[in-house]
Write a protein of this length. Structure first.
Length: 208
């Protein structure tokens, strides 16, 4: 993974002080009068600017608690297939808002449906006025936020994870004690939902 990305560190982006949230929360955070907002993983300047200019400044009147915005893009696929990232971010006690790209939308939907810790997903085709409305409605509890697009199944995620780790279909079938045809079928569904074959997904993702 490029050195510019830091998986262990997170700083607040609310003000120029940039107080540390992770791995150790700065004492100043406890006494701050502002809500705490962070991005994870840190290191993408474009993502950070997009969140500050496109989300925080547009939706600040409706953000009633601190949030961490997750760069849920193909670069971090290998990292985001395991739920450890959710456990890590839950330790911050901030609402987890996933900002996904088109490739990882089915994976983002999987976590939203299976983990209560995910607060909201911002989809790649969401307009900024719609994002503001989604955030407002979510915080005030006005109706359920619709899930857009395909969702990976548990089997599909498990097969994808093992294939990305370097296993072949035969060993994946043996690992999960299922017929190899089920593995091939799951692989094909994953590729259809995510819009690329597994080899391309592997190439697009950063080495973790």
């Amino acid at each position: 993974m490029p050195d510019r990305f830091n998986l262990q560190k997170m700083n607040c982006i609310t003000c120029p002080l940039n107080c540390e949230i992770k791995p150790k929360t700065s004492l100043r955070v406890s006494f701050c009068q502002n809500f705490c907002f962070g991005i994870w993983p840190e290191g993408s300047g474009y993502f950070s600017i997009g969140i500050v200019e496109g989300v925080l400044k547009q939706s600040h009147n409706y953000l009633y608690n601190g949030c961490v915005f997750v760069d849920f893009s193909i670069s971090f696929l290998r990292l985001l297939m395991d739920r450890q990232w959710i456990d890590y971010l839950l330790e911050t006690r901030l609402n987890i808002i996933v900002v996904c790209d088109k490739h990882l939308q089915p994976l983002a939907n999987y976590w939203l449906k299976n983990e209560t810790g995910i607060f909201l997903i911002i989809y790649p085709n969401d307009s900024m006025p719609y994002v503001t409305e989604k955030i407002k409605n979510k915080f005030i509890g006005r109706g359920a936020v619709p899930v857009k697009g395909e969702t990976l199944s548990k089997l599909e995620l498990n097969v994808l994870r093992e294939l990305m780790a370097g296993r072949d279909c035969t060993s994946v079938a043996a690992l999960f004690n299922i017929d190899i045809r089920s593995v091939y079928a799951a692989k094909q569904r994953v590729e259809k939902k995510m819009g690329n074959d597994v080899n391309d997904l592997f190439r697009f993702s950063l080495a973790m």
